[in-house]
Design a protein around this ligand. Sequence first.
Ligand SMILES: *Cc1c(COP(=O)(O)O)cnc(C)c1O
Length: 364
Amino acid sequence: MSTNKRAYNFNAGPSALPLEVLEKAQQELVNYNGSGMSIMEMSHRSKDYDEVHNNAINRLKKLLSIPDNYEILFLQGGASLQFSMIPMNFLTKDKTASYILTGSWSEKALKEATLFGNAVVASSTKDNEYRNIPSIEDIQFNASDAYVHLTSNNTIYGTQWKEFPNTGDVPLIADMSSDILSRPIDVNQFGIIYAGAQKNLGPSGVTVVIIRKDLIEQANSEIPTMLKYKTHADKNSLYNTPPTFGVYMLGEVLNWVENQGGLETIQKRNEEKAKYIYDVIDESNGFYKGHAEPNSRSLMNITFRLADEELEKQFLADAKAAGFVGLNGHRSVGGCRASTYNAVPIEACIALRDFMYEFQKKHQ
Ligand SMILES: *Cc1c(COP(=O)(O)O)cnc(C)c1O
């Protein structure tokens, strides 16, 4: 493959980044802004880095219309460390937190919480093989709960919340790792939003946390310094060395999203992209079987199966030979999955649609 030929990249994460962003990073790699060095080689206390850091914060704030009573943090440890940090900061032995289970990532989040306090299931769609998002009326929680936790997009099963429960005074916490910035959201509905960067925001290594300031003040203080939200909030995420290159890339991705026309435009495009592929599934007379129930379908991860594992193997092998990357389902569930994050171009989705049509014609 020549260096400028781009793959049809449907990886689930780390995943596609906008070509323009990669090219700009390449241009600036060895000499950032006339400094004679890479962003990676300069102090995180330097003026150049400071600008990169604060630009990323301000761009995110603008794109998501994040109100002033929220703090934006750039942490490390992935979304997985947030599974622990959240209960460490907000759940104690005498308190209860409610978890809505819609897939493997929410199960993992719940498991960590049980180490710190009483963590209970507010609703679960496991009995339905996580094919759907629960209806909002079925969610059980108490006004005394420390928080309610959900996963806004289920990367592995391919389901996504369309609207969120109103939890009143109980903070709603959302793992948005695989759909943040894919559509507009109302940040005010949430106490905390967190996301590992490597799906829709940039390279792995940065974790974005958007947290209401009053929660930071209420958090448990008897925990290690690095695991307190307050430590990072008080120092603008510069308490220790942040993942500087990751933050730089995040800033460039945010700039790209802005240049695309913002989140409304991005959402429309994501709907168009996903529709190409869901339409092939729906019009295939059962040749392709979608995993998610239609009203719970994700715009980011499209999961489907073929008649049997033999045919799936053939599909994946042929797809690979045709230049499609990352169509294998998660190792825990098998099948096929096309991840159509923000940076996946429309052309890649059209190419996949055409490939799926042709494959069906040949094999049905
Ligand atoms: C990928 C993913 C995670 C895990 O993220 P890490 O950054 O690898 O810890 C957690 N939650 C969701 C919804 C994900 O898609």
